[in-house]
Write a protein that binds this ligand. Structure first.
Ligand SMILES: [Zn+2]
Length: 88
């Protein structure tokens, strides 16, 4: 059973999931959703890749092209965060 509601929740918790900040129950929920939802799985892949690239880029420079993509993506995430944070 997949619904818009599940997707919205998965997207919201994806970042914490990637950083292993969710409790195991919540993480299991997200994992189950990712198994059934291609678009969220894609989003998860992007988050995981970003996390890896960023942690790796501390040690070695990322290829220019990838770097640009990551920066674009980061800007997008930051915008989402900003619009989410400004609530009152
Ligand atoms: Zn989904």
């Amino acid at each position: 059973m997949s619904s818009e509601c599940d997707c919205a929740r998965a997207r919201r918790e994806l970042e914490e999931y990637v950083h292993h900040e969710l409790c195991s129950e919540e993480a299991a929920d997200i994992r189950a959703h990712l198994e059934t939802c291609g678009s969220c799985r894609e989003e998860h892949l992007v988050s995981v890749t970003l996390t890896q690239v960023i942690s790796r880029s501390c040690r070695e420079a990322a290829p220019e092209d990838l770097r640009r993509q990551v920066l674009l993506r980061l800007r997008q995430i930051q915008l989402e965060h900003i619009s989410g944070a400004v609530s009152g």
